[in-house]
Structures are given as C-alpha cells and as structure tokens.
Design a protein around this ligand. Structure first.
Ligand SMILES: [Fe+2]
Length: 284
C-alpha cells in the first residue's frame, strides 16, 4: 500500500471525502497489482475502475462547485481535465501493452492527485462549499450508473462475491462499497460460498467461472439445488459465449466479462437484484 487516508486530506464535504477514499484505494490497488505481477484481467479491471471513478468524481465535484457559485470553477475544471487525461493515458498504454504500466506512473499520478489537487485545489473551495450543504447534497446524488438515474436500493442489496484472486476481491469490495452497498460477503472458494449462503442469504452472487476446487457452473448448480431466491452472475476472462453454452440450464442471471468495467458490474447487479422474488429481499 502506498498511502493511507488521513484527516489531513479531509475537505469536510462528505461525498467528496468518500470519493477521494475510493480513488486512493484504487491507486493503492493498481500499485499492489504491479508489485505482484498480477494477471492482466485484474490490473485491467482496477485501471478501468480508476478511470471511470475519476471521471464520475470530477462530474459531481464540478456540479457542486457550480451550484455553490464557486469563482474558481474554471481553473479547477482545467486541472480536472489534466488529471483525467493523465489517468486515461496510463489506461490506454496498458490496453496497448499491459507491461507499459509502471509503478512510477501510478506514484506520479498519486502525487499530483494528493498533494497538488486535494490539498491544493480542493481545499480552495472548502469554505464556499462546506457552507452550502444543499449544493453538496444535490451533487452527491449524481448517479454512477450510465443512465444517470439514482438507484436507491444499494443499501438493501445483499451481495456475495466468490473469487479466488485476492486483488480482484479487494477491487470488487471497493466498487460495491463506493455506491453504498453495505451487506457484502466476500469468500475465497465456492464451497465456502455454498455453506455461507444457507445462514446468510444473498440476493446476488458474483462468481468467477474458473476456480481451483470447483468451477462456476458447478457452483451455480449447487446454488440452484439450495432453492434460494439468489441470483448468480458469472464473471470470466474467457469467452462469454462458451460460458453461456455451458451454463444454459442453470438459470444464470447475468454474465460479466473480465476485465470488469465498474459501471457494467453495478448496472448488472442493480438489474439482477430487481428480479429476486419480492418480499424476500429488497425493501422497495
Ligand atoms: Fe477536484
């Protein structure tokens, strides 16, 4: 881990501080993946989340500054564009050549982000925006989902992740928490997932297709046998078409390709959770 969140970084605007924590987590995770020579689908997923969440954070921060009538908005937006381009270049470089992402690039970005941006530009709007809670509330409501509509059920959805890769597990936890999902079970093996489901239900189970002791289709079959109102979403770095063919009789509710895109993941969870029989889970 490169850096830990500290009080010194707090702006006092709740959603801004929460976003900054997510971004710092993601930067630390990129660094971990590089240090551990992690597989490219995992590093690709982390970088994608970093790009998507950076843009999302800037969008709502800019909305807040606009609603507050902050006079430094133009300059601040220009700084955002530079940071956005910087992180996108790292991602595009990775897509062209996964070995091109170097720890030094990530550390440089973190440096510009923390020292120059949060502690410089973001602290400059603090006095104006902290005193305008309505603006912060309105900006905090901007949805991370593509259609822009706020999705109000995150805090009620129960999600389990079954994946044998520690860096991938950390990433998914960061993404789920970022939108306010509170009930999260993270397990390393399908067996553990099956035994836990009986005691602590989940609306949606995200499951890796290829794992050491049991594959995802076997896992989905066992979940089926439990006859729980649980929906399984399968994730894979292999062909989704082949996966669909092999699990066609299992009632799998969704398929996600690795590298995972944070927005696609959350949109899939929100859609699938809404198909879980009523009265069992969400307080809609
Ligand atoms: Fe900013």
């Amino acid at each position: 881990m490169l850096i830990e969140w500290s009080k010194d970084l707090e702006t006092g605007v709740t959603f801004v501080d929460a976003d900054h924590k997510v971004l710092i987590n993601l930067l630390n995770q990129v660094d971990d993946c590089i240090d551990e020579n992690e597989e490219t689908t995992v590093l690709g997923s982390v970088l994608d989340a970093l790009v998507e969440y950076t843009d999302y954070h800037f969008l709502r921060e800019e909305k807040m500054m606009e609603l507050c009538g902050y006079t430094g908005l133009g300059t601040h937006k220009a700084t955002h564009r530079v940071l956005s381009t910087q992180v996108r270049e790292v991602y595009e470089g990775f897509q062209a050549d996964p070995a091109s992402v170097r720890p030094i690039d990530i550390r440089d970005f973190l440096q510009s982000w923390l020292v120059d941006h949060i502690m410089g530009s973001d602290f400059a709007y603090r006095d104006t925006c902290v005193n305008d809670p309505d603006a912060a509330d309105a900006a905090g409501q901007v949805s991370f989902l593509q259609n822009g509509k706020p999705f109000s059920e995150w805090e009620h959805i129960r999600v389990m992740l079954v994946d044998d890769n520690p860096n991938f597990r950390r990433l998914i936890r960061t993404i789920l928490r970022a939108v306010g999902i509170k009930n999260i079970q993270i397990v390393e093996s399908p067996d553990e997932g099956i035994s836990r489901l009986a005691d602590r239900p989940a609306d949606v189970v995200l499951c890796d297709w290829v794992m050491d002791d049991m594959n995802g289709t076997e896992f989905a079959r066992k979940v089926d046998e439990l006859q729980l109102p649980t929906r399984v979403v399968m994730m894979t770095g292999y062909s989704i078409d082949v996966l669909k063919e092999r699990s066609s009789d299992l009632g799998v509710a969704g398929y996600i390709e690795k590298p995972v895109k944070a927005r696609t993941l959350l949109e899939t969870i929100s859609k699938v959770a809404m198909t879980v029989p009523m009265g069992v889970k969400l307080k809609v």
